[in-house]
Design a binder for this molecule. Sequence first.
Ligand SMILES: [Zn+2]
Length: 695
Amino acid sequence: MRTLTALSLCLPAMAGAPDPAQVANPFFTEWKTPFGVPPFAEIKEAHFVPAMKEGIARQKQEILAITTSKAKPTFKNTIEALEQSGQFLEKVSIVFGALSSAETNPALQAINREISPLRSAHRDDINLNAALWLRVKQVWEGRKAAKLNPEQARLLEVTYKGFKRAGADLTEAQKTRMRAINAEQAKLGVDYGDRLLKATKDFKLILDRTEELAGLPEGVRSAAAMAATKAGLEGKWLFTLDGPSIWPFLQYSENRDLRKRLLMGYLERCQSGATDTKEIASRIAVLRVEKAQLLGYKTWADFILEENMAKDAKGVYGLLEQVWNPALAKAKAERSELQAMMDKEQPGQKLEAWDWRFYEEKVRKAKFDLDEEALKPYFALDKVRAGAFQVAGKLYGLTFTELKDMPVYNAEVKVFEVKEKDGRHLGLLYTDYHPRPGKRGGAWCGSLRPARDHHKINPVATNVCNFTRPTADKPALLTPDEVRTLFHEFGHAIHGLFYAGQYRSLGGAPRDFVELPSQIMENWSMEPEVLKLYATHYQTGEIIPAALVERMKKAGTFGEGFATTEYMAASLLDLDWHTLTDTKVQDVNAFEKASLDKWGLIPEIPSRYRTPYFNHIWASGYSAGYYAYIWSAVLDSDAFQAFKEKGNLYDPATAKAFRKEVLEKGQTAEPAKLFHTFRGRDPKVEALLVKRGLK
Ligand SMILES: [Zn+2]
């Protein structure tokens, strides 16, 4: 399904007088900003399409230079030249990607629909280019005699495999089909994301009577009042499906009907009308089966997992089952406790999904005298961020300085310069922490410039989240979950900032290893010793009382049954979708029900994501990979244990080894090898089961 526009892009860029449209387009100029960051204020929507087309045209020229070279194919003139191609396109794509996820609008969404098929076709033009593949294969076959260093050897291997996995060996007819599948998938992914964003932002629970707010803490009420005012509903209270709005409501609202309405709004998103995503999801699943089978795999999971630490679906199901059974048992025990509490308050009523968080909070209070609201004053956003910075300082000697007047895409974004212990510039970190209408849900770490050339090009990382906003009289006070998320995304940023390899393509990590650098940071966030550093009262400056920390510790794994089960259910659902072997169109809701029933999920706990809004697996990079968090949790619990065993949370030697053997390495070596070098052995699941109270 290639369009004429895509074909016309095969023409090389015209030389001669500059196009007047390019003169004012910042993508065509060198950025004179501090550290060469994107000049967001100067970049207008109209700049993207011409810049993207130019980027594609330039890379085509670069590839043509490789394939028409008369010289014998070598690592340098083929693999490295290919690696270095496309930098103009990358520059545009990175800015576009950052805005599309954190600050989108209908105009950018329309541009996305226009350019995503062009980019898909362009990727295929490279991956399915027979002349290029021939040269890559020749370099691969001559690799023994080529005396490559380990990084070069790894880049060659990754490139060679990348071509094979993209279909370079297919027949012409199969390649045509592959292009059509990729084009359709690209379009479906964009549609899925847009519909989900619309459905999420469209839902509104508007309350106009004070009695409907019963049970809600003051901070939750004022945030809802502020949201209402912003939406032109002065004097009312607005609740939405954004995390800081829905979760506290479900936790505290005494109004059972309203809890139900809000949760059902969340669970029933994208089920019908203009934002229905069910057909899209099942169509993507079908295309993935077809694509995997074209490439010689039985299922999409087989295709994906080959490149992960887990290697195959059997390995993943094996780990999931080890955790699923104890997690579900713990969830059932928690259910009984919640039901008992409900029996006291509303005799004869059965606990439902919209009651879970409410009664969980009550039981936590009754059993452990712990109220999440009492914790929040100690978790002011700026202090938590400073705490994460301090931990990185103690571990790795990093310092963070806020830079004012940097170009940002929204006034809420802050920029920090990250320096090494000796004062050398390491990179930049952008933080963007609150929900907005154009921001997608969840939290993620992005990059405005990846590290490469052994840090001669310095990286720029972003942390984008959806945390509680400040109100008129209070700073943003975070929940413990939000605190962990802040540390999590910060851990990803550190990973990106530390990557010290030569090649951009070898940065990052496979999906099931990439959550190790992020999740390990969560371990520090709630350690009493670390809380003392940053958890100070936003008004009095008092350090979080030891007694409160002690109660938090005691409450420890309470609620872990629910959290692990809802997460695991989504992981199993993902895997079930991606171990399909036939291309039959599925009834989405029936498929989902059958999958979750098979695993024995209890009705009071919905899967963390349902198929129609499981963005991770349909429109992000987590297909057959949502299990990655629990896989990485085995790694992070075990890796954190290495610090604990030393009796020092900041043990310098362990920190140094973790940085050197894991964080700086990207994927310049197999992850299993990286872990083994750091820990001196393979990972063990025990530390995780103990931490979550599942053993
Ligand atoms: Zn993560």
